[in-house]
Write a protein that binds this ligand. Structure first.
Ligand SMILES: NC(=O)c1ccc[n+]([C@@H]2O[C@H](COP(=O)([O-])OP(=O)(O)OC[C@H]3O[C@@H](n4cnc5c(N)ncnc54)[C@H](OP(=O)(O)O)[C@@H]3O)[C@@H](O)[C@H]2O)c1
Length: 300
């Protein structure tokens, strides 16, 4: 699998299998095993999903050597007296590994007023070898500036909801990422084409939704030969073109194979990329509305 270079000198596989959303607070062993068997080499976990134990079980059962897969997990809120390192050590025990490749602060609003302190703890955990890389998730520019003010290293990744319906709103954040060596990781990347968002999008943005679907269908048809290329594969090509790490999930082996196969489909041309960028204009739709603060990308 192709990798994305991170600013700390490490690299991460561009596509990750996520253990939240559909697997949130559910045993993930069978799904993770399936993903590893189909060819995923990057697993995205989180303390909040309360299933790290079952992710660890899948890792053990897969028989994979530690160097043969990339593992991300995320910090939840900290209880009194708990440090970032002790919290991560708890995750490592559940995941049954000695280190993770990437550790993210999951949600900044869980650490309001303490971002600097928590970031220092993240740097400390990395120094101890508990994680190879450190990053954040759901951070807007305001929270990233709080990290920058600490004066230590910057996060190598910011994992955010990312798809054409939030693209316009996030242009300033993408610029900030580029200027600060931060790789964008996307979750919810398929939201605009999933049944879970269909009703809301049809009600709020029927024209924009149709324009996006028509654009994806056209680009998919242009790439379909013996095998039919699908809308989700075109969306993954769009993320790849932007050097974005994609976090997805599925319980369906055929869909997993399709996600993986998107890597080798013909790349989008600059014109095709802009056609997707502009397909929904300035429409803004979030599939994960609890992270509404991401709509504010003003610089403090
Ligand atoms: N950092 C954060 O705050 C945060 C927030 C949310 C998610 N995440 C991470 O991102 C991962 C990916 O989650 P996501 O939901 O955002 O992924 P996604 O790629 O947007 O969607 C994947 C989901 O879509 C379904 N799907 C795909 N194609 C479909 C189709 N044609 N028709 C119907 N359903 C279809 C899959 O269900 P099937 O099983 O039926 O294929 C799967 O549940 C999570 O597991 C988690 O690790 C992180």
């Amino acid at each position: 699998m192709k990798t994305i270079k991170l600013s700390d000198g490490t690299s991460a596989p561009w596509l990750a299998f996520g253990t939240g959303t559909a697997l949130y607070k559910k045993a993930a062993k069978d799904s993770v095993l399936l993903a590893l068997q189909r060819g995923f080499v990057h697993i995205d976990a989180a303390q909040m999903y309360e299933n790290e134990d079952s992710v660890g079980d899948a890792i053990v059962e897969s028989g994979k050597a530690r160097g043969d897969f990339y593992l991300t997990t995320k910090l939840n809120s900290l209880s009194d007296g708990e440090s970032v390192s002790t919290s991560l050590e708890g995750s490592l025990k559940k995941l049954k590994v000695d280190y993770v490749d990437l550790f993210l602060i999951h949600v900044p609003t869980m650490h309001e007023g303490k971002i600097a302190e928590v970031w220092k703890g993240m740097v400390e955990a990395k120094k101890k070898g508990l994680t190879k890389s450190i990053g954040v998730s759901n951070f807007n520019i305001k929270y990233l500036e709080q990290v920058r003010a600490v004066g230590l290293e910057m996060p190598v990744v910011n994992q955010i909801e990312f798809h054409p319906f939030v693209y316009h709103t996030l242009v300033p954040l993408l610029k900030y990422h580029q200027e600060n060596g931060i790789i964008t990781a996307s979750y919810g990347g398929l939201s605009p084409i999933l049944p879970r968002s269909a009703e809301a999008l049809k009600a709020k943005y029927p024209t924009e939704r149709k324009q996006l679907h028509d654009t994806l269908d056209k680009l998919a048809a242009a790439r379909s030969k013996d095998l039919k290329v699908t809308q989700d594969q075109v969306l993954f090509k769009w993320l790849q073109a932007k050097n974005i790490l994609a976090v997805t999930t599925s319980s369906n082996a055929t869909r997993l194979d399709g996600y993986l196969a998107s890597e080798n489909l013909p790349d989008l041309t600059p014109e095709e990329i802009s056609a997707i960028d502009s397909s929904v204009g300035i429409a803004n739709f979030r599939a994960f509305p609890s992270f509404k603060h991401m709509d504010d990308q003003t610089t403090p």
